[in-house]
Design a protein. Structure first.
Length: 590
């Protein structure tokens, strides 16, 4: 029994030891589990702080976007002698100055009252490479109100950044077709070809852009058929703040876009941009991906005077002798060749086929401009709206090329132009035939002319009729609508009286009117009515590409680029800015 008792004591001791070991192990497991839970909780907290910091940065970037889009930012004025680089710097410095005056630069702006420990702050850098760098700091902090001298809270838990590059808008919002004047005639695509605006963030920009809702309605009506009700096939989506909701209650000058009914949802209507279920079997407007816009995509297309400055500079380009690039000279020709090499080509009847501007007999210094047309009421087409202009045709087959093509009159392609770049037609645009490859870039149909006008006794204005020598083509004099010659009276105003025999009145000249030397007579450039016929374009598409436009810009010299840049100013002198680059960054020491 004693032996058995001793074994029992030994067993009890062993059991005690085992129990203690189990308790220690359990304690260790409990501590380890608690530590893991704390680590997981800390990691989750860090991840939440990191995500919240990125949300704050993105919220700040969005706030910057909305503020700059609603701002009127006017740069310092263009001065004589400014280069395109110098003027671009003025435009970007204006953006920088505006941004530095906002509250998100001087302090860290709280994202939301319910998330009081998350804020964002914006840092603005000086212009570089035609962009202003905007760095948005998203910060999660401990809640301490103290801040560094730069406005960032002291106790930062997490920091994330969004880096953006902003620059002046130069044509990003153009369409495949851009028509500046009143639509005198439109005959649209009747095949399976598409006209597509550029896709941006899943949405398509307009396929065709015109100067007003009234002009856009003409095109939409032609597309769906004259006898059909627009409301059955299209929805007009006005821009925000227009004060109306659709086709019927929006006025003729409302800014917005007509879309195929299939790609619009909601009330008020919202453009979704999904063309998967939009087919021409039900709606021909489905061919026009991005819709028909009632506003033009760049301010210069509302400004005929500046557009003339741009055209005049572009067609008068000469080679820059300081560089090895010999593609800057605008090549003048009197026909549309079937295949144009890359560069700037000007098709005009003003020179022989082998005479290039600045080379064989036509010297830049000999003329102030290339000879833009003067409006002549006696030289109109049968419709009584459009000026009769030279017609340039591609003889046969397809037309191809790249760069920039300017046509000084009407153009008729015998097939869809297989072109990559910018086509500017100063007249009507017609396609008669099919094609093998799509067009990529932008087509601007912008006929314009200089109107010499007189103020009648009742305060109305009319066009003067210029008269020319039938042999030499030289200007002779102006006449009013009733055929009376126009003179300069003794009081400095215009008159139809020739004056006394011994003191005759002087005939009014173009230079006098342009110099504002005659009362009641003015000279203004205007965009003229335009015709577009693309019914014969076959099945090849028209696609807008800003990259193609940028490639075309590479053939502009400094003077042409400057004229285009000046033309991007709004009526109040302000510029629109756009987002060019975006990246997200993690700050390790946050």
């Amino acid at each position: 029994m004693n032996r058995g008792f001793g074994d029992l004591k030994r067993q009890s001791g062993a059991a005690l030891i085992v129990t203690l070991v189990l308790l220690v192990v359990a304690l260790l497991l409990g501590v380890t589990g608690f530590q893991n839970a704390r680590n997981e909780e800390a990691m989750a907290g860090n991840q939440r702080a990191s995500n919240l910091a990125m949300m704050a940065a993105e919220y700040g970037a969005s706030d910057f976007w909305h503020r700059v889009k609603g701002a009127s930012i006017v740069p310092d004025a263009l001065e004589s002698g400014d280069t395109v680089d110098q003027y671009m710097e003025k435009i970007l410095l204006a953006l920088k100055g505006w941004a530095e005056g906002q509250d998100f630069v001087s302090s860290c702006v709280e994202v939301d009252i319910s998330l009081s420990n998350a804020c964002y702050r914006v840092n603005v850098s000086s212009p570089s490479d035609d962009l202003v760098s905007i760095l948005v700091d998203g910060v999660v902090h401990s809640g301490d109100a103290d801040a560094d001298s730069d406005g960032t809270p002291d106790e930062v838990i997490a920091r994330r950044q969004v880096s953006m590059g902003w620059g002046a808008m130069l044509g990003e919002a153009l369409s495949p077709f851009n028509l500046t004047g009143v639509i005198a005639d439109y005959d649209g695509i009747n095949s399976q070809a598409d006209v597509s605006g550029e896709e941006v963030d899943g949405y398509l920009n307009p396929a065709i852009s015109v100067s007003s809702k009234a002009e856009a309605e003409k095109i939409v009506q032609d597309i769906i058929g004259d006898s059909k009700n627009i409301n059955d096939f299209a929805v007009f989506v006005p821009e925000t703040g227009q004060g109306c909701t659709g086709h019927d209650d929006c006025g003729p000058d409302t800014e917005g876009v007509y879309h195929a009914k299939d790609v619009v949802t909601g009330d008020p209507a919202e453009y979704e941009g999904n063309y998967d279920n939009c087919t021409t079997a039900n709606n021909d407007l489905c061919n026009y991906k991005g819709g028909i816009a009632s506003e033009l995509g760049t301010p210069i297309l509302y400004n005929p005077e500046q557009f003339h400055v741009f055209i005049n500079a572009l067609v008068r380009q000469q080679d820059d002798t300081s560089t090895a690039d010999d593609n800057e000279a605008s090549k003048w020709t009197n026909n549309v060749a079937q295949d144009f090499g890359a560069g700037v080509h000007f098709v005009t009847d003003k020179v022989a086929e082998d005479e290039y501007y600045g080379q064989d007999g036509f010297v830049v210094e000999d003329a102030d401009d290339y000879g833009a047309p003067v409006y002549d009421p006696d030289n109109l087409q049968e419709d009584g709206q459009r000026l009769s202009r030279p017609l340039f045709e591609v003889g046969s087959g397809n037309f191809s090329g790249s760069g920039v093509l300017i046509v000084d009159g009407d153009v008729e392609f015998k097939g869809n132009p297989e072109f990559d770049g910018l086509i500017i037609v100063m007249g009507d645009y017609t396609i008669d035939g099919s094609g093998n490859e799509p067009f990529t870039g932008a087509i601007i149909s912008a006929p314009y002319s200089k109107h010499y006008e007189y103020e009648a006794a009742d305060g109305t204005w009319g066009d003067l009729n210029p008269q020319y020598d039938s042999t030499t083509g030289e200007f002779l004099h102006f006449e009013t609508a009733d055929g009376s010659k126009v003179y300069v009276g003794s009081d400095g105003g215009w008159t139809t009286e020739p004056g006394a025999a011994d003191s005759p009145n002087e005939l009014a000249t173009m230079d006098m009117i342009e110099g504002e030397e005659v009362g009641g007579l003015v000279a203004n450039r205007t965009f003229d009515p335009v015709g577009l016929d693309v019914s014969g374009g076959g099945n090849q598409d028209y696609n807008y590409s800003y990259d193609s436009l940028l490639t075309a810009f590479e053939y502009f010299n400094g003077e042409s680029l400057l004229a285009w840049l000046v033309g991007q100013a709004q009526l109040d002198g302000s510029y629109e800015y756009g987002l060019a680059t975006w990246s997200e960054k993690v700050v390790i020491d946050g």
